[in-house]
Design a protein around this ligand. Structure first.
Ligand code: BTX
Length: 325
């Protein structure tokens, strides 16, 4: 159950284009008009701004650029993604908590956001540098009606969302390095971690973790990612509202995800390939200890890299180690 303060913000933000009277708010919230006024004063102290006109009431004009479940919620145009948000100043890992919530039966669309993660993680338990508040660290819970074999498509889908969002915000053209890295100028700006639980022919849930470096300065990147990582700030010399970045991600995510559930993977694949790092180039890769080489020519519908090897045969790479550089 949300607090009176949260309900008040929700009401005001849903009516941000009109004035709402103190009486109407007090009726909606079942509190006195004086209590409404006190809540509004408290919100002003926290940086919220209102226009207030006698006989007309209040209109919310500004929400402070601080990430909270309310400030994020205000800018969402979504039907299910982000309709429930949990926000933490510090957490072990948004991914771990989101998986727990999914196992407990939460609805699709729950988003867990943290300012800092003390145990942020990537694939195969690799460390994800996020013990500071300069990036967007979030996990979202999906319950897609897809076959387990299709779940890698969700990573590729998320990559196309991040490509769009980064381009919209920065006007830069990022690339996607198979399967889950987003690069700007060859350096990693974001990573995606998809973890799904499935049985037979059904996915019970998929948790999508997104880590996006936003406002780190170059000097703030430390070993071992000092030379391999970047941030939106480093690439554009501008800082960004994390709240806006999160809203843009969630709004775009829902649009792309709903289209995917309706129309399938085709348009995602096309979009992904347009920004694919080193598509059409020769790559070296190892399979079972044997080093081979071939040209990266395509992506399969189950999310694998397709390589044409030196014998002109096509090989599908699942987890093969690719020597990108
Ligand atoms: P990955 O396994 O592909 O990438 C991990 C590798 O990326 C690390 O070994 C390191 O080399 C590099 N790296 C670590 N931190 C950063 C960083 N901040 N920027 C650039 N490179 C880095 C990628 O896994 C998936 C990461 C998902 C992270 C999100 S954050 C929200 C959610 N919660 C959580 O614990 N993980 C996900």
């Amino acid at each position: 159950m949300s607090s009176t303060r949260e309900q008040l913000i929700k009401l005001l933000s849903h009516h941000a284009n009109t004035f709402v009277s103190g009486q109407w708010l007090s009726d909606q919230l079942s509190i006195s008009r004086t209590a409404v006024w006190k809540q509004i004063k408290q919100l002003e102290e926290d940086g919220y701004r209102f226009e207030s006109v006698p006989n007309k009431g209040y209109r919310l004009t500004y929400i402070p650029d601080k990430v909270s479940k309310n400030t994020v919620y205000w800018g969402l145009k979504t039907k299910s993604i982000g309709k429930k948000i949990e926000h933490y100043d510090q957490i072990e890992s948004t991914q771990t908590l989101a998986i727990k919530r999914a196992q407990e039966g939460c609805d699709e669309g729950l988003v867990i956001i943290a300012e800092k993660q003390i145990a942020g993680r990537g694939r195969r338990a690799r460390h994800w540098d996020s013990n500071h508040d300069k990036g967007v660290w979030l996990s979202l819970v999906l319950r897609p009606d897809i076959m387990p074999i299709q779940s890698p498509q969700l990573t590729l889908l998320t990559a196309t969302v991040l490509l769009d969002v980064i381009e919209e915000i920065t006007q830069l053209k990022p690339e996607v390095k198979w399967p889950n890295d987003i690069l700007i100028n060859g350096k990693k700006v974001a990573g995606i971690l998809t973890q799904a639980q499935a049985e037979h022919d059904q996915v019970h849930y998929a948790v999508i973790g997104i880590g996006l470096n936003v406002n780190q300065e170059k000097s703030e990147l430390t070993d071992p990612i000092k030379h391999s990582a970047t941030s939106l700030q480093i690439e554009t010399s501008k800082s960004y509202s994390k709240q806006l970045v999160i809203q843009t991600i969630l709004n775009r995510f829902e649009e792309v995800y709903f289209n995917y559930l309706k129309d399938g993977f085709k348009s995602i694949k096309t979009k992904w390939l347009k920004s694919a790092y080193r598509l059409g180039e020769r790559l070296e890769y190892s399979i079972n200890g044997e080093v081979k080489s071939g040209v990266f020519i395509d992506l399969s519908d189950d999310g694998c890299l397709i390589i044409e090897n030196d014998d002109r045969q096509q090989e599908k790479l699942y987890t093969a180690k690719i020597h990108w550089f």
